[in-house]
Design a protein around this ligand. Structure first.
Ligand code: ARG
Length: 246
């Protein structure tokens, strides 16, 4: 039953008894996706995702240790067991679900196309003949590849999102495809005028989940429990308002 203590809690209990220490949750992220994750002072990732995982950890009595891993290593490190969880605006999708387990969704998102204001783009098909920048290995990259075709040299993949957006500013790509939150953040806060974001209502929406190693059910249950608690007690809304307003 759900009232039974999980062995995760038992672990934490043991540690507490032995050393008076809390269980430390090792968290990885790609700290280049503002406002969800970016580098803060002392090379510590900060952002919406970090506040969410800290709030969940508080519910469960855990300490968190958050590290910037980078996007690809993030996945590998979970597989290898180097870290317990990854939180990094990771879209829950069928392909990833084969290799990893995900928490309940914690955020609704969708893809946007960022282009110069003058560009004639209203739907995703309009980028077909453009030079398109994406972050490699993301759902945005997969969407752009679907439109441009696999192996198309006009599709340019970057290790992180800021690099793709820089290429747009430098006019070396004509469009960038990525998540709404991050592209809106660049639009608002980069200080560059003359760009817009376009939403194609026919592109399927996405949801973010917290990722754990496949089969790590105990941890996942506790994460979900914590998530449920912060949604019920107003903490989630408080964090949401802080980053996205009402
Ligand atoms: N939501 C998209 C995906 O899962 C992009 C996430 C990129 N996040 C990041 N922190 N780099 O593919």
């Amino acid at each position: 039953g759900s009232s039974q203590p999980s062995s995760g809690q038992a672990e934490a209990g043991k540690e507490a008894a032995a050393g008076g220490e809390k269980k430390v949750l090792k968290v990885g992220t790609d700290a280049a996706y503002p406002p969800f994750e970016k580098m803060g002072p002392d090379s510590k990732p900060v952002g919406f995702d970090m506040d969410i995982i800290k709030a969940i950890a508080e519910v469960n009595g855990w300490e968190v240790q958050i590290e910037h891993a980078g996007w690809d290593p993030l996945f590998e490190d979970i597989e290898k067991g180097k870290r317990d969880i990854a939180i990094s605006t990771i879209t829950i999708d069928e392909k990833r679900k084969k290799k990893y387990d995900f928490s309940d969704p914690y955020f609704d998102a969708h893809q946007l196309i960022m282009v110069p204001e003058s560009a004639n783009v209203t739907k995703i098909e309009d980028i077909k003949d453009m030079r398109v920048g994406v972050q490699s290995g993301t759902t945005g990259a997969a969407l752009a590849e679907k439109i441009l075709g696999k192996g198309n040299t006009k599709l340019r993949g970057f290790d992180d999102m800021p690099s793709a957006v820089e290429e747009l500013y430098a006019k070396r790509v004509d469009a960038v495809v990525g998540d709404n939150g991050v592209l809106n953040d660049f639009l608002k806060n980069s200080g560059k005028a003359g760009y817009k974001v376009v939403k194609d209502p026919n592109v399927v929406p996405e949801q973010y989940g917290i990722m754990v190693k496949k089969g790590n059910k105990e941890l996942l249950d506790e994460i979900n429990k914590g998530l449920k608690t912060i949604k019920e007690n107003g903490k989630y809304d408080e964090i949401f308002r802080q980053y996205f307003g009402e």
